[in-house]
Design a protein around this ligand. Structure first.
Ligand SMILES: [Ca+2]
Length: 644
């Protein structure tokens, strides 16, 4: 059971709870109790409006509370009638830069029934500013708003909502949940990392958790597609997308045994853009690509770089010619170009760099070479990114978290979500006890695409938290125009995939089983390590670490190479005084700091794990022996590496 939490929003004066409790079954009484909420005063919060809303259509009667935290964090809380309340609290996230009160529990996560129909009290927030979803001028020179958007607003709204729930029902929620997709998925991850006490269960869909990495990709894609800044002259056209998408599906759709416009795992598709027909004399035309078009296409799949080093994952095959895919996110229709924001990657990428990173509305994306990307984006990353793989506090309070992403997402890279999940597993080998990932084939950003996109994530996380039923096999549906399921598929915990039995109805999930993947060589291998792959090896290394000293032991690894390891110290008097940081950095040929990435940090006498090197460089351990005695560390290694 969740513990009762102390809240920041301390009660000053409250409405008469005795009267409320006695009359809770009366609609009139609950209407009065609802209206009385406007007199509830909490520190740094005021309720502007509280009104009873009568039942209409599918929506049951409820109390709607609108309030403001501090000066400009707005929220709206919907409270079921006391007799209808299921004792639970469900917060929904928002999309893009938010900017209006949004609650994705009422929209994207209403499959299987909206929160009020199910009896949840539910809240959403505008994250502390007003504006359009792809518009960030509100952040200019406004660090408070940046922090509110980055993480504070969701947390403070959670605390405010719990306080109001406590006063309205005379008790706090038994369980609290957060669901979100896109920006909302990033909010979900931020909560798990920064405010682990807020929620018992969290669902992070297509999470925008690495803002500085993903927007680097957005801007580099736009540099390739709109190199001069002329929005009337995109390098890629609808003809290119049609050629690209149909070529990929022709090559790979039936790899999974079902021709359905989707790939079970697009990383296994052996299509190569360089093999597309080339246009003669570099004149763009339907049915072929020019050199510039090919370069732009490869940029989108390969992801952004800084000084030649990969800094974030690229996108996967899928969604090239689906409405809501490349046209909306990567390239543009003519109508969209006329708005000045040709596509959403252009909008989010340029707005983030203008208003968060550089504080310069005139910043020109065409002129930025990303060589100082890490330094330039550091302060923004500290506010917006939710990249910590340390979920120990969330785990220790019995929290559960689900991640999911559509394989055809062109907003947040599918492999970005996978990267984070693999980091979690590298940091804690039992991470799947409390964290699971689900990849949805043929699904675009949060919804849409040829693949089934409707999953009752709310019920999945509830059952896991409250009944200990870890989601082993969920079911996704695709609805027809009448809202009837026309296609169902199992949704399997990563890295399992839904495997067709070869003869059943391909539209029925019963014809599929969740099967482990037998990995074939990944596309990454073609680019990185096939030619130069070192032999598999295993070593046992003894590393003496003298008293009160530190040292590094590093392996030379290429991107995509893997290593399994276990180290154990002997002769240590107090394991808490041995600090170990498993990390990697690019090879430094000067005093430049280079790129550093931490995989696992902690104290203790032993650790083990697995790493797929995210970039070429030195990967290994920093050990700091803070005791007064010499110790020895025995390190066992196996995999693909060299010892420099
Ligand atoms: Ca297929």
């Amino acid at each position: 059971m969740p513990k009762t939490k102390r809240t920041l929003l301390t009660l000053i004066t409250a409405i008469s709870l005795a009267g409320l409790a006695a009359c809770a079954t009366s609609t009139t009484a609950s209407a009065d109790a609802c209206a009385d909420l406007v007199s509830l005063e909490l520190i740094d919060m005021r309720i502007g409006d509280a009104e009873s809303v009568e039942a209409s259509g599918d929506l049951p009667a409820h109390c709607r509370v609108a309030g403001v935290i501090e000066t400009e964090i707005r929220f709206e809380l919907l409270l079921p009638e006391p007799d209808d309340w299921n004792g639970r609290f469900l917060m929904g996230g928002g999309g893009g830069f938010v900017g209006s009160v949004q609650n994705q529990a009422l929209t994207l996560y209403a499959h299987g029934g909206g929160p009020l129909q199910r009896g949840y009290a539910t809240v959403g927030t505008d994250t502390g500013h007003t504006g359009g979803g792809i518009e960030a001028s509100w952040a200019l020179d406004h660090p408070e708003r940046q922090e509110n958007f980055g993480h504070r607003a969701v947390h403070l709204t959670t605390e405010a909502a719990k306080s109001i729930i406590g006063h309205y029902y005379d008790r706090g929620p038994d369980y609290s949940y957060f669901v979100g997709c896109s920006r909302g998925g990033g909010q979900a991850m931020m909560e798990s990392q920064r405010y682990p006490d807020d929620f018992d269960g969290i669902v992070a869909g297509a999470p925008a958790y690495h803002w500085t990495g993903i927007t680097a990709g957005f801007v580099q894609n736009q540099q390739a597609i709109y190199p001069s800044g002329d929005l009337d002259a995109p390098v890629l056209t609808a003809d290119t997308l049609e050629l690209l998408g149909s070529s990929i599906l022709a090559a790979c759709d039936d790899d999974d045994g079902v021709v359905d416009g989707a790939m079970t795992d697009p990383r296994r598709c052996e299509f190569t853009p360089a093999n597309l027909p080339r246009c003669s004399e570099e004149v763009a035309a339907a049915g072929c690509v020019t050199a510039a078009q090919l370069a732009a296409i490869e940029r989108v799949y390969e992801g952004p770089t800084s000084k030649g080093v990969s800094i974030y994952s690229g996108f996967n095959y899928g969604g090239e010619n689906d409405p809501g895919g490349w046209d909306a996110w990567v390239v543009a229709s003519e109508a969209r170009r006329a708005t000045g924001v040709p596509n959403a990657q252009y909008g989010f990428g340029t707005e983030l760099f203008k208003y968060f990173v550089f504080g310069d509305p005139e910043w020109d994306y065409t002129a930025y070479d990303f060589s100082t990307w890490a330094e330039d984006t550091g302060p923004t990353a500290a506010i917006l990114n939710a990249t910590s793989a340390d979920l120990s506090a969330f785990r220790d309070r019995d929290g559960k978290i689900i991640y999911w992403t559509g394989w055809s997402d062109l907003a947040l890279t599918p492999e970005g979500t996978i990267d984070y999940y693999e980091q979690l597993q590298a940091a804690d080998s039992s991470a799947s006890d409390y964290a699971r990932l689900y990849m949805l084939p043929g699904v675009l950003h949060c919804a849409g695409g040829p693949g089934p996109d409707r999953v009752d994530w709310v019920e999945a996380i509830r059952a896991w938290v409250e009944e200990g039923r870890a989601p082993e096999r969920l079911v996704a549906s695709k609805l027809d125009a009448e809202g009837k399921a026309m296609l169902t598929r199992p949704v399997c915990p990563y890295p399992q995939v839904a495997e067709y039995d070869g003869n059943g109805d391909v539209n029925d999930e019963q014809s599929f089983r969740c099967a482990p993947v037998e990995w074939i060589d990944m596309p990454l291998a073609d680019h990185v390590y096939f030619e130069t792959r070192p032999a598999y090896r295993a070593d046992q290394v003894e590393i003496p670490v003298p008293a009160n000293s530190d040292l590094e032991y590093m392996l030379d690894m290429k991107q995509g190479h893997s290593v399994s390891y276990e180290w154990r110290s002997t002769d240590i008097s107090n394991p808490e005084l041995l600090l170990a940081e498993f990390h990697g950095h690019t090879v430094r040929d000067s005093e430049e700091p280079g790129n550093v990435m931490f995989f696992k940090q902690g104290r203790g006498e032993t650790s083990n794990g697995y790493l797929v090197a995210p970039f070429d460089g030195l990967h290994g351990w920093y050990f700091s022996n803070e005791t007064d005695g010499d110790i020895n560390i025995t390190l066992s290694l196996s995999g693909f590496y060299t010892i420099p």
